[in-house]
Ligand binder design. Sequence first.
Ligand code: SAH
Length: 391
Amino acid sequence: MREKKRWCPLFGKCGGCDYVNESYDYELMMKWLREEKLLSRYGKVEKILPAPSLTGYRCKVQAVCGRDRDGKFITGQYRKGSHHLFPIRSCSLEDGMATAVLQTVRQMATRFSINPFDEDRGTGDLRHILIRTGYFTRETMVVLVTARKDFPHKDDFVSSIHQKNPNVVTVVQVINNEKTSMVIPDGAEEIVLWGKGYIIDRLCGLDFRISATSFYQVNPAQTERLYEIAMNMARLRSTDTVIDAYCGTGTIGLVAAKRGVKKVIGVESNPLAVKDAILNAEANGIKNAEFIADDASKWLKKAQKEGLKCDVLFMDPPRSGSSEEFLAAAGRMNPEVIVYISCNPETLSRDLRYITRFLPYRVLGIQPVDLFPGSEHVETVVLMSRVNTLD
Ligand code: SAH
C-alpha cells in the first residue's frame, strides 16, 4: 500500500502540504534524511515510525474565513508565503467531521448574512473557524474566532451549526481583535456559546478533556504510539518522581502516572490547559499528579533551588524548543533520564547541542515518528541518560 500514488488537486495552491503528491516511501525517506542531517551527530537515528493512516487523520482543522471574487463566503488557507486566501471545500488530510461542519458554517454564514473579517479594512466578524474532533469519541467542538464579541444573528448561527451536526457538543467563541496572523492570541478568553465548553477524547486508556485553546496533538491515533515509545524509553519505576514539562492538558504525565510511578508534576504556561490537566487527573481517578501554571524555565529553576528531586524528566516544548535556562536547571536537578519529545528537529538539534556539551547526559536513542503525513513536519523522541561519573 505504501507505494500507492497519492494525488491532491489542491497541491501547490493551498500551501498546506509538502509531500501529498509523492509516494509515502519517498516522503518517509526525505523526512528521515532531514532528521539524519540534524541529529545523527548525537546518536543513531532510527527508522521513522510510519503513520497508520495517510488521510483523514487531522482531528484539528483551522480555516480562514473570507470572500471569493464573486463575493461568496469561503473558508480555506492562505497560499504558502502569501496573504491570498485559497478556498478549500474538502481536504484529504482532514477528519471528515471538520469538512462537514465547515460546509455548514459557510452555508449558515451566508443565510444569516454574517461577514468574514477583512483584515485590510478592519470590517466584518468571522476571522477563523477551528474544528476539533475526538478521534475515539467523535465529540466535536467548533471555535468561532471573531473580531468582536457581538455579531448579527449570533444565536441563530450557533444553533444552526449544532442542530445540523449532532456530533457538535459545544460551540466556543474566542475574540481576536489584534493585528496578528495568529489564530488565537496568547491569553485569549474563551466564551462558551453553547454546550459544555470542551470535548473529551480517549487516549492510552484515559479520558482527556480538551478546551478551545489547550494544545492537543492533531493525530491522536499516532500520538498513542508516540506516548507508548516515550513511556517505554523512560523505563518508569514505582519509586520515580516524574516531571512533565510543557504538559498541555497533562497527557504525557497522566499516562506515566497510570503506569504506577510515585508522583507526577506537570508544568504548563497556558492556565486553561492546566485547568484541563487538573480535571483530567480527577476524572481518571489519578491522585499522584499535580499541575502547575507557570513558565517551564522559571518554575524548573525555582523548584530545583528549593530542592525538588526528579528521576525522569519528560519535556515536550513548542516548535521554538526549550531554553538554556530550562536545560541548565534540568542539569542541576540531575534526573536519571530525560525524554525529549520534539515537533521541530532544528530546535531539538540546538537543544541537544547544549545538553551534550554542558550537561552530563548521553543520547541513547533517537526515534522519529510520523504524526503528519503529507506535510514536512516530523516528531522525534530522544532518550538521554545521566552519565554516571563512576562509569
Ligand atoms: N505535552 C503536551 C503539550 C505539548 S505542546 C501534549 O503532548 O499534548 C507544547 C505545550 O507547551 C503547549 O501546551 C504550550 O502551551 C506550552 N508552552 C509553551 N511555552 C511554554 C513555556 N514557556 N512554559 C511552559 N509551557 C509552555
